[in-house]
Design a binder for this molecule. Structure first.
Ligand code: S3P
Length: 178
């Protein structure tokens, strides 16, 4: 059972490919909390990939599914959530979880994220065309104010992956959290 005194939830935000899912899964495992990759959850429910949802139903439908899946997380504690990179910029979604969640922005430059993605950008509809660094830079320009409104920002270019996991873990369990 979760109650008011339980540690809050953690939500990781940031550009596609910055490492939200990898970091989130590792943090959840360390803490013994649940982990939810919101995109994988949407794919499981829909029985099709994010790329197919975008192609067959459009981005607007994907955003509705994202909102529905987020609503179901309201009140959940002891959970690490890794939503897709556009989540934080969708009106009202951060506000739904904020009362009980610590929002952490995993920051990295478009060039660093493109390097991490390597050949992986093909699965991501918003990065499927054009130059990856340019696309990421355009997404960041739109979204930076939303990402920066997080409770904490971790510059993932300054510390290694294990350091990022440790820092998120500390922030997740810091006294005085939500
Ligand atoms: C998106 C990022 C993707 C996925 C969808 C849209 C975005 O998630 O939700 O393709 O708007 O940035 P990742 O951040 O896990 O790639």
């Amino acid at each position: 059972m979760s109650g008011a005194g339980d540690p809050p939830a953690v939500v990781l935000v940031g550009l596609p490919g910055v490492g939200k899912s990898t970091v989130g899964a590792a943090v959840a495992e360390h803490l013994g909390w649940a982990f939810l990759d919101l995109d994988r959850e949407i794919e499981r429910r829909e029985g099709r990939t994010i790329a197919r949802i975008f192609a067959e139903a459009g981005e607007a439908r994907f955003r509705e599914l994202e909102r529905e899946a987020t609503r179901e997380l309201v009140g959940r504690r002891r959970i690490v959530v890794a939503p897709g990179g556009g989540w934080a910029a969708q009106p009202g979604l951060v506000a739904l979880l904020r009362p009980h969640a610590t929002i952490i922005y995993l920051a990295a430059s478009p060039a660093a994220v493109a390097r991490r993605l390597g050949a992986g950008q093909g699965d991501r509809p918003l990065l499927a065309t054009g130059d990856t660094v340019d696309r990421l830079a355009a997404l960041l320009a739109e979204r930076a104010p939303h990402y920066r409104a997080a409770d904490h920002v971790i510059d993932t270019e300054l510390i290694d992956a294990q350091g990022v996991v440790d820092m998120v873990r500390l922030l997740a369990t810091a006294p005085g959290g939500r």
